[in-house]
Design a protein around this ligand. Sequence first.
Ligand code: G3H
Ligand code: 13P
Ligand code: ZN
Length: 330
Amino acid sequence: MVSYKELGLVNSRDLFKKAVDGGYAIPAFNFNNMEQLQAIISACVETKSPVILQVSSGARKYANQTLLRYMAQGAVQYAKELGYEIPIVLHLDHGDSFELCKDCIESGFSSVMIDGSHLPYEENIALTKKVVEYAHQHDVTVEGELGILAGIEDDVEAEHHTYTEPDEVVDFVTRTGVDSLAISIGTSHGAFKFTPDQCTRNEDGVLVPPPLRFDILEDIEKLLPGFPIVLHGSSSVPPQYVETINKYGGKLSDSIGIPEEQLRRAAKSAVCKINIDSDGRLAMTAAVREVFANKPAEFDPRKYLGPARDALKELYMHKTEKVLGSAGKA
Ligand code: G3H
Ligand code: 13P
Ligand code: ZN
């Protein structure tokens, strides 16, 4: 058993309290390789932002769970070397079983998500409570989920959103003891969050998706004042990445994300953790495609992964400074 405390990591409890009180959200960025991790850490150190490093079960399979844990441990030292100590959480994203959560806790994770959102309500409660009881013995914080996001979540696909029922939230939080709760108010995973026919066009001809269900968020805030709320599926799918990808041979059409001003609004409320993965994938892909198109003779991975890392860092700095408001809060 390795405690996250020995690795220099922190759990999310204090970070969330400060974020809710301060009207900003902590970025939760997914990683599965070195360049992503370097970009996340250097961007958050430079903007003095706390950060949540997220690892999905797919990432653990891809990169090897032991290697990822050591990378996160290395990230703590890397941040110090860069000259400014920021709080770093190592979080399991979309844990789907008690065993996976336990395994992560025992290998140094400081926070886990148990995602029982696809289960019947009582089963979600029972599973989440079991994880909370174990995690809290080790001072590890737990995120649960109520409501189902449309789209693909790991291997589960839902055609429509099942919005979170505010009436269930108090019961769920009280009976499970979770430290934070992911809710469904219109976000979804991936780069295709809305179809064009769900959107309207503004005066510049840009597709504008339907707004998030802030009414549900407000109802939840009234019922549970100050309780930390999490938004998954919060990539904005910046058009410049999609254009670059398509310009250099990619084929992404109709990719639409959550407008940044809606995320800014959410970050000012009880939403204190905002999950972003797809935007990083798009930034990296755009940068790599550009190098390959302009320098077809290049075959040193550093020459295309380096620009991808630079693009990621710029993206993450933008998120902490201009979207989540977490810059300067570390
Ligand atoms: O919510 C999903 C995250 O973007 C992680 O995706 O399961 O493909 O690693 P993944
Ligand atoms: P995006 O696909 O919108 O980046 O969401 C990521 C996420 O929710 C990870 O849990
Ligand atoms: Zn998610």
